[in-house]
Design a protein around this ligand. Structure first.
Ligand SMILES: Cc1cc2nc3c(=O)[nH]c(=O)nc-3n(C[C@H](O)[C@H](O)[C@H](O)COP(=O)(O)OP(=O)(O)OC[C@H]3O[C@@H](n4cnc5c(N)ncnc54)[C@H](O)[C@@H]3O)c2cc1C
Ligand SMILES: C[S@@+](CC[C@H](N)C(=O)[O-])C[C@H]1O[C@@H](n2cnc3c(N)ncnc32)[C@H](O)[C@@H]1O
Length: 659
């Protein structure tokens, strides 16, 4: 049985309004959804005044239970746009178990012509919305929407955020009791910022009592339309009689916020560096992006085509969660790029080339919904791919190929990002509150914050030398498109991959060499890549006349992937490794200890690296993760996944292994 992520099952009334078949309830009031939203959520949380009072680098975080049609979000966004100064930001976090399909969302939002400018932007980004945390960056980063797709009680405990205003908008308590439980309200309290406010359309007595018991002070207030009364309130503190929620372990706690000027150096202009620069610039930071080459994307991120391939696990591992969230984010960013040249969402077909792979695919097909991946038998796979194939496989309809330099370029193009090329940073040192980047005797740049995004090269810095990063050389082969190869309609992967042509050339990849330090392309590896093509499809080999090609004449390029031992990227703040070992030495005797010692952070030093063979999927979202750590924002990933990517995990494991 397929554990599909069910989309909302809707009926539409004679005036075109959506109605939930499952909950037997309306998404918004019959009279005027807009008026009700504005009165119940916007007015009761005093958003007009609060938006107007935001400073230019200020931000308000709204949390919502029940995203539904996004009406509340769009109303909040519209008011924010009217009231907030340039530079201020809105972050909206909403949990939704049954997301509307894009078609239903479009139909529902068509009811509100005055919201059209905002609805259109939401609809354009409402792509690849799958289970877990899904981040949507709207209005050039002025507005961020973090959707938590899944049951509220499963998702909210994984959220790391401070919510300034809560909208409680489940269906009516009698019809949707799961959205109104003491357990869920305890999560709202855990996440509430000190002056958090809250409101809801219901005045049901037990809802009010449970919210009061959770630490909110709720008041009945006159309602609107059919609603005689509604509830508004404020967070007054965690109730004394209930044990306080366990804080994050000190080594995963948020480092103190950098104060003063919001200026950062990002070292390395590949996917990780460009994405980090973009995420910081969108938050009002001035970024200097330092790159040793003459241009961005000259190393791993410089291949003509890379594949948006999701190597998932059926067991919901941290890596698998990261991949689903990262894929969604990259896929949405790509909507801004030029399809056919910069990328193509042509789908990715992973062939079931042996019994073990077929079994793995069957497990994945049982674990994930069909719109993310589904099995194709051999005839279906051939029809999809447009070439003859020996096997069926697993098809990812929203996958495709990307020209990585275009994605880098898109990220690096921001008025607040200054690209400084030919800057090879050899050393970093801290003088007062500034990090200085040096090349021998030359001071290249300085700033209070530095992001190390130089893949495995970050090991050259004393501060990050301990991070266990390895280089794995890889080579791709470029093959000229032929009349016959024009029929290739999707990316096809077995052990290697081949993509439909970009500008007349297919990319065929890729070799893995754990030992070589030399980046000169070799004939042996081109031959190896041609062998990978034989395993994909001998029909395609024929169509490309690949057996007639002289391997000595083949063109391609080689670069280093940069991987960590657990295959997760390394993203977040860095600690002083010597001081870390001293501070938490007790763990080497008893791994369950949590010494009450703050982490000895290297204030202002951050890492975004270790993206292995899937940087297209992990690096852009890691830019958002990094900016969220730095700017004390809601994390774009579940807490457990952010911790699994944390730079401190290795030092921690080393200490514990000593136990
Ligand atoms: C052959 C091959 C095939 C691949 N195929 C895919 C694929 O199909 N799909 C996919 O998702 N991923 C793929 N990858 C992986 C993907 O390319 C990487 O994960 C991604 O490019 C990593 O980006 P990055 O920014 O971390 O590193 P890089 O792109 O290597 O960027 C690091 C940058 O930092 C600069 N730098 C380093 N140190 C310094 C310094 N001290 N001072 C100044 N500048 C510095 C470097 O010059 C470089 O520009 C492939 C990789 C290879 C090699
Ligand atoms: C009244 S609607 C929300 C309306 C929405 N705020 C809007 O602006 O259109 C309630 C929403 O809660 C969602 N929901 C119900 N039970 C849930 C649960 N246990 N976890 C998460 N979401 C849930 C429903 O699918 C529905 O979309």
């Amino acid at each position: 049985m397929k554990p599909v992520m069910p989309n909302a099952q809707l009926d539409w009334d004679d005036q075109g309004r959506p109605y939930s078949r499952v909950f037997d309830d309306v998404y918004f009031s019959d009279l005027s959804g807009l008026e009700e939203t504005r009165y119940v959520f916007i007015e009761q949380n005093r958003l007009k005044e609060r938006f107007a009072a935001l400073p230019a680098d200020g931000r308000l975080v709204i949390g919502e239970t029940g995203f539904g049609t996004g009406l509340n979000f769009l109303c909040a966004w519209q008011l924010f746009e009217e009231q907030a100064v340039a530079g201020a930001r809105l972050h909206f976090v909403s949990v939704e178990k049954y997301p509307l399909t894009a078609l239903d969302l479009k139909r529902a939002l068509a009811l509100w012509p005055e919201l059209k400018p905002f609805a259109d932007q939401l609809l354009a980004q409402y792509v690849a919305i799958h289970q877990g945390f899904q981040r949507l960056v709207l209005d050039n980063g002025r507005v961020t929407l973090t959707l938590l797709i899944g049951d509220a009680l499963e998702q909210l405990p994984q959220l790391d955020a401070q919510i300034d205003a809560w909208f409680l908008d489940g269906f009516a308590p009698a019809k949707n009791p799961d959205m109104w439980t003491a357990e869920l309200f305890a999560e709202l309290a855990r996440l509430a910022a000190p002056d958090s406010t809250i409101s809801t359309f219901t005045s049901t007595g037990w809802v009010r009592r449970l919210l009061n018991a959770a630490g909110f002070k709720m008041k009945r207030t006159p309602g609107i339309g059919h609603k005689w009364e509604i509830l508004r309130g404020a967070f007054i503190g965690w109730p004394a009689e209930i044990a306080t929620p366990t804080p994050a372990k000190p080594w995963f706690a948020r480092p103190p916020q950098p104060e003063g000027e919001r200026r950062a150096l990002v070292i390395g202009a590949g996917l990780a560096g460009c994405a980090s620069a973009a995420s910081l610039a969108a938050r009002g930071w001035q970024v200097s992006l330092l790159e040793r080459h003459a241009d961005i994307a000259q190393e791993a991120s410089g291949n003509p085509q890379g594949v948006l391939y999701l190597k998932l696990s059926a067991h919901g591992t941290a890596l698998s969660q990261l991949i689903v969230s990262g894929f969604g984010h990259t896929r949405r960013v790509l909507e801004h790029l030029h399809r056919g040249v910069d990328w193509d969402g042509c789908g990715v077909l992973q062939l079931a080339f042996n019994a073990k792979e077929a079994e793995r695919q069957a497990q994945l097909a049982a674990a994930f919904p069909a719109d993310l991946l589904h099995l194709l038998d051999q005839p279906e796979a051939q029809a999809q791919a447009g070439i003859a194939l020996a096997h069926g496989g697993l098809f990812y309809p929203e996958g495709g190929w990307v020209h990585p330099p275009a994605l880098c370029q898109w990220h690096a193009t921001h008025p607040s990002v200054e690209l400084l090329t030919h800057r090879d940073v050899l050393q970093l040192c801290k003088v007062d509150d500034q990090w200085q980047a040096w090349d021998g005797d030359t001071l290249l740049a300085s700033a209070p914050v530095v992001v190390l995004a130089g893949a495995a090269e970050i090991k050259r810095f004393a501060q990050s030398a301990d991070l266990p990063l390895k280089r794995i050389r890889g080579q791709i082969t470029r093959l000229a498109q032929t009349t016959g190869s024009q029929s290739l309609a999707t990316v096809v992967c077995a052990e290697g991959y081949v993509a439909p042509a970009r500008l007349g050339e297919h990319t065929l990849g890729a070799s893995f060499d754990f030992n070589s330090d030399d980046l000169t392309p070799t004939t042996a590896e081109h031959q190896g890549n041609l062998q990978l093509l034989e395993e994909i499809s001998s029909d395609l080999v024929n169509r490309l006349h690949a057996r007639q090609l002289d391997p000595e004449q083949l063109q391609g390029r080689a670069a280093f992937r940069c991987t960590s031992p657990d295959y997760l990227p390394i993203v977040g703040p860095l600690a002083d490794s010597h001081a870390f070992n001293q501070a938490y030495a007790a763990l080497s005797k008893d791994a369950r200890q949590v010494p009450d010692v703050p982490c000895p952070w290297l204030d202002g030093l951050y890492v975004n690296s270790g993206h292995g063979s899937r940087g297209l999927i992990t690096a852009p979202l890691s830019g958002e993760l990094l900016a969220a750590w730095l700017d004390n924002e809601p994390l774009p990933l579940p807490r457990s996944v952010a911790e699994a990517c944390h730079p401190n995990r290795f030092a921690l494991r080393r200490l514990i292994r000593g136990a």
